[in-house]
Design a protein around this ligand. Structure first.
Ligand SMILES: [Fe+2]
Length: 210
């Protein structure tokens, strides 16, 4: 899997282009803030958007999705239905509901949906060959907020355990540039205090996360 990380907007968000490499089709993961800039990167790589993939419904991750949907006929945006209520600016008929365990396709690239609620009810991570896109569930040494409406710290704990169970050499591509731009599951199991506490149990995790 090829991955292009693109920083966008005032909140240090990351958008990603992911593609298999044997054709122009790519997934555009969390198109945000700067649609024209993201499209410019995409075209420079000889790519075309085959699927928009949204890690969750918060505006700072999806606020350029409509920009792409307006310009690319037939393009859909994959989003877990539990976050549909946050995606009011998007045409509902263009949303592709996803569920845990499903495989999404963008050309030859397959991305497995891992439902990782906690930051929001519909937060998902997307696992491609050798790498996972974690949105606001897992950052470098940090995790997403669990004190916002719809957040659930115990669900976040369970979701972190799901991610920690991935192969240790899996590359992590987070949704924000907090403490760095990329890491691995191995490094997070060693150094991310929240993953360590998640494994120890609910009380220890909750007192740190809230
Ligand atoms: Fe978020």
């Amino acid at each position: 899997m090829n991955v292009k990380q693109i920083g966008a907007g005032p909140m240090d968000n990351f958008c990603y282009l992911a593609w298999a490499g044997d054709g122009p089709d790519c997934a555009v993961i969390d198109p945000c803030w700067e649609g024209a800039k993201i499209e410019k990167e995409l075209l420079a790589l000889g790519l075309k958007p085959a699927l928009i993939v949204l890690t969750h419904g918060h505006p700072d991750h999806i606020n350029a999705a409509a920009w792409f949907l307006e310009r690319y006929e037939g393009l859909q945006a994959a989003l877990h239905p539990a976050d549909d209520h946050m995606a009011g600016a998007l045409d509902k008929s263009r949303l592709l509901p996803v569920a845990d365990g499903e495989a999404l396709e963008a050309g030859a690239l397959k991305l497995k949906v891992i439902h990782t609620p906690g930051h929001t009810p519909g937060s998902c991570s997307f696992l491609g060959p050798g790498a996972v896109f974690t949105g606001d569930t897992l950052f470098v040494g940090e995790i997403g907020r669990v004190d916002l409406p719809g957040a659930d710290p115990e669900q976040m704990r369970q979701s972190l355990l799901k991610l920690a169970a991935l192969p240790e050499d899996t590359v992590v591509w987070p949704g924000h540039a907090y403490n760095g731009s990329t890491t691995t599951i191995r490094a997070q199991k060693l150094h991310n205090i929240y993953i360590k506490l998640a494994a120890k149990g609910g009380d220890a995790f909750l007192s740190a996360a809230l």
